[in-house]
Design a protein around this ligand. Structure first.
Ligand SMILES: O=C(O)[C@@H](O)[C@H](O)[C@H](O)C(=O)CO
Length: 475
């Protein structure tokens, strides 16, 4: 007798797993410590005219499988009607069994709209009408969906030159109990060989109100933005290290490379490694002083389709997994900070699962300071954000580190309906731990295991990030 599709015990294959999920995971709140939601849309409590707006306007995960299913681009990012785009998605969903989007799509229909029908072309008209009726009613604005999902903290991803005006506006809202805090994403300060570098330096000067004519002034202005974010409840940085580039460098070397980049443009690979090495150590020391968590998202191979990059820009479903050597440069970077007693709390993610043991191994080299889980092996990211990837990441972490100190899941999403990814993760986590009990590899001690589950679902992140959970009134 096959198990009912996505019932209340979805992904739970033992009595222990069922008890752990329903009694310890299901009702825990959520700290979404990395996502790409728009602070403006949160402040404006953006509503959605239809499910295409909520589902398909920005989700490159869905765009990617639609293309693979043969859907023409006009029905993905083009000028087709919202209904026709929804129909195209409805035709795609029955074809993506085995892909997490099949589960996420039905979880979102179940949890936010009480719709338990399968999404397919035949049911599409009925689901379109019912879901849109609800979306156009009360309680489906961006902030409503955050509260409905029991989210206490949303950490967005923001450029250092961002004014964070919407974070300030949100913090002054009455009756909205979630905190929306900025995430410091200084990629444009690091990517010295990209065309964005010099224009960004000019922006930094303008926004900071400081002259930036040399590297020392650049670092001062960058520091002023870190402190600007900190004053507005920022406690997390995020770096996309598509390749881990690190070489030790002196201030004089980094200064000369910075000046060369501004004067001549391109610098050599070795110069780029030295510049990034010095600048990342500078920032890491600041993060450590301010007790921030530093995130490294490693090994994305971005914008591989140059034609579509030209048409649609980044984060549009044309990225892939990079490969390369990360162990030695990453070890060098972490050690450079640790030697100065300035290694901050750090979360290491790699898009390449071949790096899992490298990261989990390195993680163990730099724990300490009395901080539980100071160095984290980050949750399964992007192409790994599926049942197999999550299990692989958690088993590797358990085998090489301390799973009980894991800060758990994040959405990394641009959609306000993605919070069911936390439920998906929690079910997988409970089934993994439950499976150990079923075969006698873990004690059937529901108090011990229940605490472990609740900590991974929420409490660890609460302690680790120490976000302010009061609505913040910023200056
Ligand atoms: O670098 C990023 O943060 C983005 O590429 C992001 O990770 C990606 O677009 C995504 O959302 C993966 O889940």
């Amino acid at each position: 007798m096959s198990k009912k599709f996505m019932d209340e015990n979805f992904l739970l294959s033992s009595e222990t797993a069922i008890k752990l999920f329903h009694n310890h995971a299901k009702d825990m709140p959520i700290i979404d410590y990395h996502c790409h939601l728009s602070p403006k849309e949160i402040y404006e409590n953006k509503t959605f005219n239809n499910i295409t707006e909520a589902w398909l306007y920005g989700d490159h995960y869905k765009w990617r499988v639609m293309r693979a299913n043969g859907v023409e681009e006009k029905y993905i990012t083009g000028d087709a009607s919202d209904y026709d785009k929804f129909l195209a998605w409805s035709r795609t969903v029955p074809k993506i069994i085995g892909n997490p989007l099949y589960h996420w799509t039905h979880l979102e229909l179940q949890r936010f709209f009480g719709v338990y029908d399968l999404l397919n072309e035949a049911n599409a008209p009925k689901i379109w009408d019912e879901v849109n009726r609800q979306l156009q009613g009360e309680g489906y604005g961006a902030r409503d969906l955050i509260i409905k999902s029991k989210v206490t903290v949303v950490c967005t991803t923001d450029d250092p030159v961002d004014h964070l005006e919407y974070h300030g506006k949100i913090s002054r809202l009455s009756g909205f109990d979630a905190s929306v805090v900025p995430g410091f994403r200084p990629d444009k300060a690091l990517e010295i060989n990209r065309p964005t570098f010099k224009p960004w330096v000019d922006q930094l000067s303008e926004v900071s109100g400081m002259d930036v004519e040399n590297y020392g002034q650049f670092l001062e202005a960058l520091e002023s933005r870190v402190r600007f974010f900190h004053d507005r409840a920022g406690r997390v940085s995020d770096h996309a290290l598509d390749a881990v580039m690190f070489e030790p460098a002196t201030l004089e070397e980094a200064t000369a490379i910075f000046n060369k980049a501004l004067r001549e443009g391109a610098v050599s690979e070795s110069e780029e490694k030295k510049y990034k090495g010095f600048t990342l150590v500078f920032l890491g020391k600041l993060y450590s002083e301010l007790d921030w968590a530093m995130q490294f998202h490693i090994h994305a191979l971005r914008n591989n389709n140059s034609v579509m990059f030209g048409r649609l820009g980044p984060d549009t479903g044309y990225d892939a997994i990079n490969d390369g050597v990360i162990a030695k440069p990453l070890a060098g970077l972490l050690d450079a900070l640790d030697r100065e007693n300035a290694l901050p709390k750090t979360i290491l993610y790699s898009l390449n699962p071949n790096d899992n043991h490298v990261i989990a191994g390195l993680m163990g080299c730099f724990q300490g300071g009395g901080i539980p889980g100071k160095i984290q092996f980050g949750t399964a990211w992007w192409f790994n954000d599926n049942k197999d990837g999550m299990l692989e990441q958690m088993k590797t972490l358990a085998n090489l580190g301390v799973l009980s100190q894991f800060v758990g899941m994040l959405t990394d999403s641009r959609s306000f309906l993605s919070y069911t990814r936390h439920e998906y993760f929690r079910r997988i986590l409970c089934d993994l731990v439950g499976s150990w009990v079923e075969v006698g590899e873990a004690p059937d001690d529901m108090e011990l295991l229940g605490d472990m589950i609740e900590n991974i679902c929420y409490n660890n992140a609460d302690h680790y990030f120490n976000f302010s959970k009061q609505a913040l009134v910023t200056r």
